[in-house]
Design a protein around this ligand. Structure first.
Ligand SMILES: Nc1ncnc2c1ncn2[C@@H]1O[C@H](COP(=O)(O)OP(=O)(O)OP(=O)(O)O)[C@@H](O)[C@H]1O
Ligand SMILES: [Mg+2]
Length: 352
């Protein structure tokens, strides 16, 4: 709990039950789900990349785009003399889209989940259309130029079978016996200009842990859903926002069937593994991809946008190597590298 009780007391909440300590993601905040006075709340506090006060300003941007009903209500905000911040927001559900898809659907039918995902992506497309403008990297909340540098600097330091990745870049990468080519050449593919023609304003990180889900009584309808985590709300490449609907499942919800094997030879870095993705997950990816393609056509995003999307998904997956520990997925570190480079090799194949 690490200080949650003190913050709650400071907010005037002395009596509460802890429902869950949530699994948090990249920047290391703490989120505790509690019940008090018959309601559920989420207390978010501790270390965050973007101050909680800025996340709340970002929420304000989203209100104008998607309306209050899709966002949990903010009950309290506190700022302490040491600069730390905390917020208490309602918890309309304790289940995320990730939970309902991976934990036996939590009693929600697959059709209902698919309809809900369709609804979410359609709502994003409305937001994208409402806010579309010519792309400018220097006004973006998540500029593309610095992202690659952060991702590959981190990879360089990573030690694989006692050798740093930076020393392996002259070798070929082999994934499940397929030679994908030279690692440095593939990194060059990742670093090609990935700017789209358009940028949009929206929730820039619509991954399945940032969407809360609750079933309705009518199983023929869509589930209720809400967006949380407003760190990156703002103007961004529409392709970056779209990439989260696809890449997140590959990166965070797929399961290794057995231990992945890594082998280094003087010429190569080799990974062998078998991965499991449920039919539901594959269906979600296919349907999201179809909707995204339809949007790209409608806005006349120039040819090659699909390769930019694939490159963006590769970067998302390689970027998630940094968070494998925080997400208790250390065992997936080499899998993420393999999947990321696999996608980069597909982009390379289609461009040469
Ligand atoms: N209002 C809420 N209701 C229910 N659960 C919540 C709520 N807010 C957060 N959670 C749970 O806590 C998890 C982490 O919260 P959140 O997404 O805000 O932060 P994060 O992704 O860990 O951190 P960062 O600020 O670095 O992006 C969510 O994935 C979800 O499971
Ligand atoms: Mg999150």
């Amino acid at each position: 709990m690490d200080g949650a009780a003190e913050i709650l007391a400071d907010m005037g909440i002395e009596k509460f039950d802890v429902i869950q300590i949530a699994q948090t993601g990249g920047s290391g905040p703490k989120v505790v789900i509690i019940s008090a006075n018959g309601y559920m709340y989420a207390l978010k506090f501790g270390k965050t990349r973007i101050p909680i006060s800025d996340q709340l300003k970002n929420r304000g941007i989203l209100v104008d785009l998607i309306g209050e009903s899709r966002l949990p209500k903010v009950m309290q905000f506190k700022r302490y003399p040491d600069g730390s911040e905390a917020m208490l927001i309602t918890a309309p559900s304790r289940n995320t889209l990730h939970d309902v898809v991976t934990l036996d659907n939590m009693g929600i039918g697959e059709k209902e989940i698919l309809r809900t995902v369709d609804d979410i992506v359609s709502r994003f497309i409305v937001m994208w259309k409402q806010t579309i403008l010519p792309y400018k990297d220097n006004v973006c909340t998540r500029p593309l130029i610095f992202r690659n540098e952060r991702i590959f600097n981190f990879l360089d330091q990573l030690v694989i079978n006692s050798l740093p990745f930076s020393e392996l870049k002259g070798r070929n990468i082999i994934v499940n016996k397929k030679n994908l080519g030279n690692i440095s050449d593939l990194i060059q593919v990742a670093n090609q200009d990935n700017s789209p023609k358009y940028m949009v304003t929206c929730h820039a990180d619509p991954n399945a842990d940032n969407i809360l889900i609750s079933p309705t009584l009518n199983s023929k309808s869509t589930c209720y859903w809400w967006l949380i985590d407003y760190e990156w709300v703002g103007q961004i490449s529409w392709i970056l926002s779209a990439s989260h609907f696809l890449g997140w499942w590959i990166s965070n919800a797929s399961r290794l069937k057995s231990r992945l094997e890594t082998n280094i030879t003087p010429e190569s870095l080799e990974f062998s593994y078998e991965v499991y993705r449920s039919e539901l997950m594959n269906n979600i990816i296919t349907r999201c991809a179809r909707k995204i393609a339809r949007f790209a056509k409608q806005i006349k995003e120039p040819d090659g946008w699909d390769l930019k999307l694939r490159r963006m998904v590769a970067l998302l997956i390689l970027g998630d190597v940094r968070f494998a520990g925080a997400r208790s997925r250390e065992a997936y570190t080499h899998y993420l590298i393999a999947e990321g480079f696999q996608l980069l090799s597909e982009v390379k194949e289609k461009t040469t």
